[in-house]
Design a protein around this ligand. Structure first.
Ligand SMILES: [Zn+2]
Length: 140
């Protein structure tokens, strides 16, 4: 099974979009239950545009690591933008978005959710790559 699990761009796109929409649903439920600040996601009063944006930005984020760091040097090239350190950092950033009120003013709503779901897509990409035989480098 060596190398059998080599995610393609298609896999990353699908997973990015799925993660985006999945997290969007979760965020909407948690906001309505008061477990996430209502100010961040309009008190959970989210329209279809929010979910479409979550899917689209998740998809984009899912492609980003391989756009920044394409496999010019063969399919096994993974550097800092595919690292565990970055995954950890982005995870903290996503957490800060949800609980630290990053960019929490209402005027920035679409910017905030755009950035947040690109982040989610990016994280989904690294998680998928982490599960491959090659894994991810710690730093680069
Ligand atoms: Zn990758």
């Amino acid at each position: 099974m060596e190398g059998a699990l080599m995610p393609t761009a298609k896999t990353h796109r699908r997973l990015g979009a799925t993660f985006g929409v999945g997290i969007a649903i979760l965020v909407s439920v948690l906001t309505q239950k008061g477990m996430i600040s209502g100010a961040l996601f309009r008190g959970g009063q989210l329209d279809i545009f929010f979910f479409l944006m979550a899917g689209a930005c998740g998809l984009l984020g899912g492609l980003l690591p391989d756009i920044i760091e394409p496999s010019f040097h063969g399919p096994r090239h993974r550097g800092f933008f595919h690292s565990i350190l970055l995954l950890f950092g982005l995870g903290i950033l996503a957490f800060l978005f949800l609980y630290g009120g990053v960019l929490a003013s209402p005027e920035q709503f679409y910017w905030r959710i755009g950035v947040f779901f690109v982040l989610i897509g990016y994280i989904s990409h690294l998680l998928v790559d982490l599960l491959t035989d090659q894994g991810l480098p710690l730093i680069f």
